[in-house]
Design a protein around this ligand. Structure first.
Ligand code: ATP
Length: 236
């Protein structure tokens, strides 16, 4: 049984059909990439899984449970966390307050404290800046904070929306090293990324979206050499 199963998902914003009849799955332990041009429906797909948008049609199953109509905080409790596009850290709150916010569904304060300490071990720069306002962090540090905040709910499935956006190449490499380490430590990841080559290099499988529809799917190692992907998404 897949950890995440999306079947025939359609999402509309008023008259705009953002996602059309999309089916995909993510197995436990995988890193899966979603690529596609701007407006292809990638963010909308993630937001449907984290239950921030309402599907018009289709079904979303997580760990065998139908979550299609679940409220977002229930999805977090079940083990789904999202690091949103543009990070969306609370700029006027400290790093530590942002991390605590990520644990808002939890009722185990001692364990939350322990997890915050673990985040500072995994992300030493966040530890050094724990009392600093999040808005004063660099872009890369804010991205790390957004990921760490998502991890504070102890997700089984981490949804990452454009983690490399606007970051220098060296920082992007650092972020992807973190993504790989998280996966090796057991977190399943569904990744949306503009940097298709990098994302495909770091994921098991890839789905390609175009105008809300799935056009290609397969093992990342094969798709990265596919003529259609090369031309459309890899500048080949
Ligand atoms: P990007 O890389 O630009 O974020 P995307 O592949 O993530 O693109 P979505 O953000 O999911 O695409 O958008 C899919 C379509 O839905 C686009 O046509 C977009 O303009 C539209 N859309 C997205 N959010 C909204 C909204 N809140 N209201 C109306 N239309 C929206």
């Amino acid at each position: 049984m897949a950890l995440l199963q999306i079947e025939n998902l359609s999402v509309n914003y008023g008259g705009v059909q953002a996602v059309r009849n999309l089916s995909l799955h993510v197995e436990e332990g995988e890193v899966v990439t979603l690529i596609g041009a701007n407006g292809a429906g990638k963010t909308t797909t993630l937001r449907a899984v984290s239950r921030l948008v309402r599907p018009r049609e289709g079904r979303i199953t997580f760990a065998g449970r139908d979550i299609t109509r679940l409220p977002p905080d229930e999805a977090v409790r079940l083990g789904i966390a999202q690091s949103p596009e543009g990070r969306q850290v609370l700029a006027r709150q400290s790093v530590e307050d942002n991390l605590e916010l990520g644990a808002y569904t939890r009722r185990d304060p001692a364990e939350v404290r322990a997890d915050i300490r673990r985040m500072y071990e995994r992300f030493p720069r966040l530890g050094e800046r724990r009392n600093q306002l999040a808005g004063t962090l660099s872009g890369g540090e804010q991205q790390m904070l957004a990921i760490a905040r998502a991890l504070m709910s102890r997700p089984r499935l981490l949804l990452l929306d454009e983690p490399s956006l606007g970051l220098a190449p060296l920082i992007v490499r650092e972020i992807f090293a973190i993504i790989r380490a998280l996966n090796e430590a057991g977190t399943t990841i569904l990744l949306v990324e503009q940097n298709a080559r990098l994302a495909m290099g770091q994921s098991h499988r890839t789905y390609v979206l175009d105008a809300g529809q799935l056009t290609l799917q397969g093992d990342s190692s094969q798709l990265v050499n596919d003529e259609r992907v090369l031309h459309a998404y890899l500048g080949g």
